[in-house]
Ligand binder design. Structure first.
Ligand code: ADP
Ligand code: MG
Length: 261
């Protein structure tokens, strides 16, 4: 597969779309010329004593459904900023962020909250489960918030996929760390999101546990036909992706030696 940070505007309409794209379907992710500037001069109306940080500077990215992209780059490069824009936690200073065809920059707070619930699946390092709910109830709650009427059936199907059917009635404190993470992945996929975001989720894990978690995120994400974005410092994790990109000077570049070697 060609390494390309930026598909041309016409891709997908000529029958040449990537992994899972069709002419009728918007790409899961489509970012054009995106800028994110923190403490922008004049934005706060203050006297300009704060330092402006240009975190993203004309970034382009297109990811099709079912495609897995690893995102690398040094600390402070703008990886979390990019995920925050895609997840609707923040809006771009300039440029366009489209998730499943929806322009995030044009949504109000309520619209972005709905986008987060329905279209974006977050995998957290500490999995964010509610301690007093069982595994099944946790996943069913995620499915309900994502707007699924069949929440409990959906939870059971996902717990089966992550190999936790036998543990469905256990609360988080009755599960191992690895099992809790699998419940967290089931939660992220509960609404069949267009995009799955994982920001350095394996940083604290030993390599075998990290490997299992990443395999699960990739397999379930692909099966759900989501675009999967994995932020990582680990070259082994990056090598599992369809494409590995790095953020440098606020824009994306292919990580060619790693992927093509
Ligand atoms: P990474 O995730 O790659 O480590 P971040 O996206 O967190 O990088 O940060 C990119 C740059 O933007 C850094 O210089 C960081 O200090 C700055 N930054 C991030 N969030 C904020 C914020 N809320 N306010 C001001 N500056 C920020
Ligand atoms: Mg970060």
């Amino acid at each position: 597969m060609p390494i390309d940070t930026q598909a041309p505007e016409t891709a997908g309409t000529a029958g040449t779309a990537g992994v899972a794209g069709t002419a009728a379907e918007a790409p899961a992710l489509d970012l054009r010329d995106v800028f994110k500037i923190y403490n922008e001069a004049g934005a706060s109306g203050a006297s300009g004593t704060e330092t402006e940080t240009v975190a993203l500077r004309g970034l382009d990215l297109r990811v099709e459904r079912g495609e897995v992209v690893a995102l690398m780059g040094r600390s402070g490069a703008g990886k979390s900023t990019l995920l925050n824009l895609i997840g609707g936690m923040d809006t771009p200073s300039a440029g366009r962020v489209r998730v499943d065809g929806q322009d995030v920059g044009r949504l109000d707070e309520a619209g972005r909250a709905a986008l987060r619930r329905r279209l974006v699946g977050f995998v957290f390092q500490d999995n964010n489960l509610l301690p007093y709910l069982s595994a099944r109830e946790n996943v069913a709650l995620c499915a309900t918030l994502a707007g699924r009427p069949d929440a409990t059936a959906r939870a059971d199907a996902l717990l089966d996929e992550v190999g936790l059917s036998e543990r469905a009635t256990h609360r988080p404190d009755e599960l191992s760390g690895g099992e809790r993470q699998r419940v967290g992945v089931a939660c992220a996929l509960a609404g069949e999101p267009a995009v799955v975001l994982a920001d350095e989720i394996t940083g604290e894990l030993d390599s075998a546990t990290a490997e299992r978690l990443i395999t699960l995120v990739i397999d379930l994400g692909r099966r759900a036909r989501a675009a999967v974005l994995l932020v990582t410092h680990n070259p082994e994790v990056a090598s599992r992706a369809d494409r590995a990109l790095t953020i440098r000077d606020g824009a994306l570049a292919p990580l060619t030696p790693l992927v093509e070697a």
